[in-house]
Design a protein around this ligand. Structure first.
Ligand SMILES: [Cu+2]
Length: 304
């Protein structure tokens, strides 16, 4: 009977796994750990994460090892008698208070160092304002008139419609692609000023070690300097529950060489509408009021 139930359980579990595997959702790479990323800060965050991880492994080995040893060595069947001396033992109390405190301090020091580094946006060579809207990102290159409105790409948007008949697995980078990616140069310290135009969003780009809330009325800042040899496309998503289509505002960043970036920027400046004024580089301003979400006729349909 048990064997038969086990068989049906296996069948049910296999069916469940198969069903989940076919759910058309955005698939991130199936990795269990953080990735080191492509810039110094993301690598430091990864290093910090691994340091804490091994600390935790060490603590777990010691604590569980001690528990298992005690359970086996001093079990009742071997005639063990409860030790009443350990209760309120001053020496033990001091040790198990000081030891965790020292461990916490030893963790806090490298954590604070990485935090300070991640927040230090001084000396940036390029500034970009990032504004989250329901449900797209607007990128403004400070000092230029270049503005990008970055929405879910048309293929993903069509495939996601109810009864679209399009197999999401046939769409490259389904729900993780945009029409106008953010383009940045490699090897340059880029400061991003992040805010929200309507509700709270969150600009999350794992490869850059950045996850910052985009809050209306506030400007959060972050920075990255992608390694010169890490040209390519990097993807992220809005990480804040920002409304109905929260899952449909991916972030795509193209990292190009400095030369290619200059050419791209020139071409973009020339393509901007005549008379569009350069964005002034004052820090601490909210997004310019001239920018509004694109009208529904030109934007991908937000309906499902
Ligand atoms: Cu959002």
């Amino acid at each position: 009977m048990i064997k038969r139930n086990g068989h049906w359980l296996m069948v049910a579990l296999t069916g469940l796994v198969a069903a989940v595997a076919r759910v058309p959702v955005a698939h991130a790479a199936w990795t269990l750990n953080l990735t080191p990323g492509v810039d110094a800060v993301s690598r430091d965050i990864y290093g910090l994460h691994m340091l804490m991880f091994w600390w935790c492994v060490g603590i777990a080995v010691v604590v569980f090892g001690f528990i298992i040893y005690s359970l086996v060595r001093f079990r009742h069947s071997k005639g063990a008698v409860a030790d009443t001396q350990l209760l309120h033992n001053t020496r033990v109390e001091i040790v198990w208070t000081l030891l965790p405190a020292l461990i916490l301090v030893s963790m806090a020091v490298p954590a604070a160092r990485v935090l300070v580094e991640a927040e230090d946006t001084s000396g940036s060579q390029l500034e970009i304002r990032v504004t989250g809207y329901q449900w797209r990102w607007v990128y403004q290159y400070v000092g230029t008139n270049v503005t990008l409105i970055s929405s879910l790409d048309r293929d993903s948007d069509q495939a996601r419609q109810l009864d679209s008949g399009i197999d999401p697995f046939s769409v490259p980078n389904y729900l993780l692609n945009v029409d106008h990616p953010l383009v940045v140069p490699a090897g340059v310290k880029v400061r991003v000023l992040i805010t929200g135009g309507d509700v709270i969003h969150s600009w999350w780009l794992p490869a850059f070690g950045i996850k910052k809330d985009a809050i209306p009325g506030y400007i959060n800042e972050a920075w990255f300097a992608v390694d010169p040899d890490k040209l390519g496309t990097y993807r992220g998503q809005c990480a804040e529950l920002c409304g109905r289509d929260h899952g449909f505002m991916p972030i795509v960043v193209q990292v190009v060489s400095q030369q290619d970036f200059q050419q791209w920027l020139k071409a973009q400046e020339a393509a901007m509408p005549p008379g569009s004024a350069p964005l002034t580089p004052e820090v601490g301003q909210p997004p310019l009021p001239t920018y509004a979400p694109p009208s529904p006729t030109t934007a991908p349909s937000p309906t499902t």
